[in-house]
Design a protein around this ligand. Structure first.
Ligand SMILES: Nc1ncnc2c1ncn2[C@@H]1O[C@H](COP(=O)(O)OP(=O)(O)OP(=O)(O)O)[C@@H](O)[C@H]1O
Ligand SMILES: [Mg+2]
Length: 290
């Protein structure tokens, strides 16, 4: 029986009442923050479609929408009216994460949606001592309740290195960085890496870069190939083999409230995200074995 099968079985309740069993049967989910302070590089598209691809191959996935724009929530077909509790309520300690989680049309894929309120978070909790650990604590309580059935949590970050992104990095095991295949792709990457370093030094010593995913690759454009070569030279093995092509089906899917894998499973974008999910799992095995 797989770990997921064990944690989602009726035995879960029994395990929760027995701490020794809990340690054996319930493994906390792997938390990956999808982050890059540059706007429009494919963070949300990657969170939605990597999440869907992981769910399609049997993982239990939670997407946490930490962007006030709420694109991950909308792109997964979540009507604003259905967002009873949001990540804003969770980070301001007005609701437990469990209450914000809703299912999506994709089996094994759940989302904790966001609302615009999240843009005021910094003003509200900026002075509190645990301000950087709100998400980490919320995930820890979810796990402690024995109710966590998730094997992966993907956190969709806003295009900024603000308190929201810092919360994601403080809660994450590793970071997935989407980089768009365009001229300024590497610009800002060193700033992102510096932020990762300081989060590692001050908040989360285990944080690593999981990998860099090149997005919106256009084979007809020489510049795209040059960017791939430059990024591979600069970041070496950190760059995933999978490159996500620019594909119109990928950009159409969110307006139907669907991941591209549901909208058009056979398109090149869907195939790329399925390959990326396989690669992520392979890297996970290596990281967890270290
Ligand atoms: N592989 C792709 N092919 C075509 N269009 C894409 C692809 N990936 C993303 N897009 C489109 O590019 C735009 C930006 O993508 P996305 O919203 O995922 O970026 P983001 O980094 O989350 O943006 P923000 O910084 O605003 O949160 C969207 O309109 C999206 O549909
Ligand atoms: Mg986004």
């Amino acid at each position: 029986m797989t770990e997921a099968a064990i944690t989602s079985s009726p035995l879960g309740d029994f395990a929760a009442s027995d701490p020794t069993r809990l340690a054996v049967t319930i493994k906390p989910p792997r938390v990956l923050a999808v982050a890059n302070q540059k706007g429009g590089v494919g963070k949300t598209t990657t969170a939605i479609n990597l999440g869907t691809a992981l769910a399609a191959i049997g993982e239990d996935v939670l997407i946490v929408d930490l962007d006030p724009q709420g694109n991950a929530s909308t792109g997964l077909g979540l009507d604003r009216r259905n967002r009873r509790y949001s990540t804003y309520d969770v980070l301001t300690a007005q609701a437990p994460l469990r209450d914000a989680i809703v299912s999506t049309a994709v089996p094994r894929l759940h989302v904790a949606p966001s609302t615009l309120d999240l843009s005021g978070l910094e003003l509200e909790i900026g002075q509190s001592r645990d301000r950087a650990f709100r998400l980490r604590n919320a995930l820890a309580s979810l796990n402690a309740q024995g109710g966590t059935r998730f094997t992966y949590v993907l956190v969709d970050c806003p295009p900024s290195l603000n308190l929201l992104t810092v919360n994601a990095m403080a809660a994450a095991n590793a970071i997935v960085v989407p980089l768009q295949c365009e001229f300024f792709a590497l610009e800002g990457l060193s700033q992102l890496l510096k932020t990762v370093e300081s989060v590692r030094a001050q908040l989360n010593p285990e944080l690593t870069i999981h990998g860099i995913v090149l997005t919106m690759f256009d084979a007809r454009n020489n510049l795209s190939s040059q960017v791939v070569a430059d990024v591979r030279e600069f970041m070496g093995a950190k760059v995933y083999d999978t490159i996500v092509p620019r594909n119109v089906r990928v950009s159409e899917a969110p307006s139907y409230g669907k991941p591209v894998l549901v909208y058009d499973l056979k398109c090149s974008g869907s195939e790329a995200y399925l390959r990326l999910a396989t690669e992520v799992i392979q890297r996970e095995k290596k990281l967890c074995a270290q």
